[in-house]
Design a binder for this molecule. Structure first.
Ligand SMILES: Nc1ncnc2c1ncn2[C@@H]1O[C@H](COP(=O)(O)OP(=O)(O)OP(=O)(O)O)[C@@H](O)[C@H]1O
Length: 302
């Protein structure tokens, strides 16, 4: 079953079309929703939660319609909003227990469940202190805990690494990945940093100015642009010429030669060319374009 499916989904604000004829489906697992600031990620999430009515098109989450079944969707989906929205004068425990009760759990179960999720997100003793004194990283964890407390099937995490330092980012990304793998909850996570999502997602959806740019499994993203880096002690020009003759695209980078991989035969071609030319092959290293490079190329072609 699809986690979500949209068809021609559109959201117009008075001066901007934030989501523009978006047709996309997302399956289970960890999915990254990538786009620059203002691309329409938050607007899309709010529509999917049934919090913002679309101007056109349709969207379903867990097979529920966003315009008529929003409450049903919010029972099954957890939401971590982008911006800070936490009350400063209550503790994380008080807030998360309260929200667990709001979602329908009796008090004892709510307390147990809140303690569990706060532990999972890495908030220990500090959970009893008022949130106003927390660091940004701790506040992000509280937002994540409240998204998980009603045991959702899916969570929408809007820029969970926002405002975090590099270590905080790494920890948050690892946590997001664990939610998808160990907890078995499907995740839709947004970021404007493509490199981040590459590390933790199974699937990536790229949007630009509200339009779908690409939706594919992480492997497909990088496979089509695979390269191999070759280093020889000398004779790089001759090797480059020979590989070009066999139809390969090569580009010298300093002492290295980067060859576009067309298939397994590319590795044979490099080996054979080096042997024919009697070159000493020092390095043959598989490289992949990062999603960021793929994204740049696709934007350039739009
Ligand atoms: N309530 C609103 N009224 C008018 N315009 C809005 C509203 N909400 C969003 N927008 C506009 O819609 C566009 C998409 O905004 P959105 O917040 O969805 O982007 P985003 O990809 O989440 O970016 P960011 O990460 O910066 O939040 C932007 O141009 C924004 O200014």
């Amino acid at each position: 079953m699809h986690i979500l499916a949209t068809e021609g989904l559109t959201k117009r604000f008075p001066t901007v079309t934030a989501v523009d004829q978006l047709t996309v489906t997302v399956g289970p697992g960890v999915t990254g929703l990538v786009g620059a600031n203002g691309a329409g990620k938050s607007t899309l999430i709010k529509i999917l939660l049934g919090l913002l009515p679309p101007s056109g098109g349709t969207a379903r989450v867990l097979d529920l319609d966003v315009t008529s079944q929003g409450a049903g969707i919010r029972r099954l989906v957890g939401y971590m909003p982008e911006h800070e929205c936490l009350p400063p004068d209550v503790s994380a425990t008080e807030l998360v227990v309260h929200l667990a009760q709001m979602s329908g759990l009796p008090r004892t179960a709510a307390r147990e469940r809140a303690a569990d999720v706060l532990r999972h997100v890495g908030l220990a003793e500090e959970r009893y202190r008022p949130i106003g004194g927390y660091s940004t990283g701790m506040k992000q964890r509280v937002k994540l805990a409240q998204a998980l407390v009603h045991d959702p099937k899916v969570v929408f995490l809007d820029e969970p690494t926002n405002g975090l330092d590099p270590r905080g980012r790494d920890e948050m990304l690892a946590l997001v990945r664990r939610i998808g793998t160990e907890f078995g909850i499907s995740v839709v996570v947004t970021s404007h940093l493509l490199g981040e999502l590459e590390r933790i997602c199974d699937h990536v959806v790229v949007i630009d100015a509200g339009r779908l740019l690409r939706s594919s499994a992480i492997g497909e993203f990088t496979q089509s642009t695979q390269t191999v880096t070759v280093e020889v002690d000398e004779g790089m020009e001759a090797l480059a010429a020979r590989l070009s003759e066999t139809g390969h695209t090569v580009s010298p980078q300093g002492r290295l030669l980067v060859v576009q991989v067309r298939g397994p035969e590319t590795y044979d071609a490099v080996r054979d060319a080096a042997a024919d030319l009697d070159l000493c092959l020092i390095r043959l290293e598989q490289g992949r374009h990062r999603i960021e490079d793929v994204f740049r190329e696709e934007v350039a072609h739009v």
